[in-house]
Design a protein around this ligand. Structure first.
Ligand code: ADP
Ligand code: MG
Length: 250
């Protein structure tokens, strides 16, 4: 690692819902240009961590620094305008609008300064192309399957022109080939655009082939930080994913 300040630094991040601690003192850093995988079983606090970073939830405690600036507690639109784009685990496009209009709206939403229609359309087309979707105004949301809806989530996030992309469960509902294509797309977004990515996933396999670094949550706390290779050899990671050694099939 270089001595440069990380793009994202999360420290002591905690989120309580009443007496229940969903995110417990989480800390990690993401270097510029890195793809980090945030892994963990269902209910381990991945989406809550995301939502605290993206401003959908106010952290109970802790710090979220984007290039050295504190952003914890900012509203979602302010976080977006500072350069953090996110996808949602459950795609929720405007179903009555075309793919193109969905991306145009996202471009307007994400622009720090107000941009004119032509610039919003340019950003929308670029984002749709990067997500491998048609960039004309005829394609409808109703024609999309699970993989298409995931791509549209990605296009909407990209149209906000993020420095940091938070991708939540990009593989849910996809078959094996679609999973590989989704993983390749994230890699291409980083390689071609230099966009830093935090990729949340409960499915480990295909993610490990793409990410530079893995952080694993269990019951809201970080239980592992390391390279994909170290993750594959780590006993705590294996326990969370496969169960205790005595319970594993021989
Ligand atoms: P993951 O994304 O890893 O599957 P989540 O972050 O969605 O997990 O949830 C972590 C835990 O926090 C779960 O036990 C979930 O039920 C709980 N939780 C999430 N959101 C809320 C909420 N708004 N109110 C109460 N509990 C919540
Ligand atoms: Mg989740």
């Amino acid at each position: 690692m270089s001595g440069a300040a990380p793009l994202l630094r999360v420290e002591g991040l905690t989120k309580r819902f009443g007496g229940f601690t969903a995110v417990d003192n989480v800390a990690f850093t993401v270097a510029k240009g890195e793809i980090m995988g945030l892994l963990g079983p269902n209910g381990s606090g991945k989406s809550t961590t995301f939502n605290c970073i993206a401003g959908m939830l106010k952290p109970s405690a802790g710090s979220v620094m984007l290039e050295g600036e504190e952003i914890a507690g900012l509203a979602a639109e302010d976080v977006c305008r500072r350069g953090i784009g996110r996808t949602f685990q459950i795609p929720r496009p405007f179903r009555s609008l075309s793919l193109f209009e969905n991306a145009v709206l996202a471009a307007h939403y994400g622009a720090g300064e107000s941009i004119d229609r032509a610039e919003a359309e340019r950003r929308a087309r670029d984002a749709l192309r990067l997500a491998q979707l048609p960039d004309d105004d005829t394609a409808r949301v109703s024609g999309l399957g699970a993989a298409g809806l995931k791509k549209l989530e990605m296009a909407r996030a990209l149209a906000t022109q993020p420095r940091l992309l938070l991708a939540d469960e990009s593989l849910g509902g996809l078959d094996t080939a679609e999973m590989q294509a989704a993983a390749d797309m994230l890699k291409r977004i980083r390689d071609e655009r230099g966009i830093t990515i935090v990729w949340v996933e409960h499915i480990m396999g295909v993610l490990l082939s793409v990410v530079d670094k893995v952080v694993m949550l269990d019951h809201g706390a970080v239980i592992f930080t390391g390279t994909p290779q170290e993750a594959q050899e780590d006993e705590r990671v294996a326990e969370v994913y496969l169960g205790p050694p005595e319970a594993r099939a021989a």
